[in-house]
Design a protein around this ligand. Structure first.
Ligand code: ATP
Length: 200
């Protein structure tokens, strides 16, 4: 089974690519959703969060108080680093475990890991190939504004804090260009899937 890492900056179209791949019956592991589950009630990671940040980040019902977490970590660089490491390492571990399980089923020719922080976490090294979705900045800003209703400034701020597009491109094996229509996007994906199908 060929394992494909899928990434891209804010509003580049990762989720749109993932949705299309799912339609094509290709399993997609969603790193963001796995990361969110880690701090959901009952998660086995919560005791480690309690050790790191203390009882004060938990409500009486045992649920994590996300605002309290943010208040602490964004005022303490060391804790921010440790907390991010805890979450990203465990997210990466669980993503790879899910991919391993898919591989064991021997049902799929390819599987995809949708990970906005694929390169930042160094996960690209575990993939057979890495796809980067790109679109020109103005198109991304317009699409995210229409999708989320947030300000241009907020989007630009996030774009600036992300790894540069040049650096990402240098780590990618395949660039999916998504400044055009959905049809053009889907055509590129079809082409890649055809290549993978033909490879073996
Ligand atoms: P984020 O990183 O913010 O989660 P993303 O990379 O997952 O974003 P999408 O949510 O897939 O990006 O796309 C951003 C928005 O642009 C969505 O509303 C999506 O429907 C729209 N979109 C994506 N590609 C195209 C396209 N080729 N033509 C028109 N709209 C598009």
């Amino acid at each position: 089974m060929r394992i494909i890492g899928l990434t891209g900056g804010i509003g580049s179209g990762k989720s749109t690519v993932s949705a299309y791949l799912r339609e094509k019956k290709i399993p997609v592991v969603d790193a963001d959703s796995i990361s969110r589950q880690l701090t959901a009630p009952g998660s086995s990671l919560l005791p480690a969060v309690r050790i790191l940040l203390g009882d004060k980040v938990f409500r009486e019902d045992g649920k994590l108080n996300r605002q309290a977490v943010a208040d602490i970590i964004f005022n303490d660089k060391e804790l921010l680093k440790s907390y991010e490491e805890l979450i990203t390492n465990e997210t990466a571990r669980r993503c790879l475990e899910e991919l391993r399980q898919l591989d064991e089923q021997k049902r799929w020719k390819a599987a995809v890991l949708d990970a906005p922080l694929l390169f930042e976490c160094g996960m690209q090294q575990y993939m057979d190939e890495n796809w980067l979705v790109q679109a020109d900045p103005e198109t991304r800003i317009a699409r995210v504004t229409a999708r989320d209703g947030i300000s241009r400034e907020a989007i630009c701020d996030r774009m600036q804090r992300q790894m540069s597009e040049e650096k990402k491109a240098s780590l990618a094996d395949v660039i999916i260009e998504n400044s055009g229509s959905l049809e053009e996007l889907y055509r590129q994906i079809d082409r890649q899937l055809e290549r993978i199908g033909n490879e073996g």
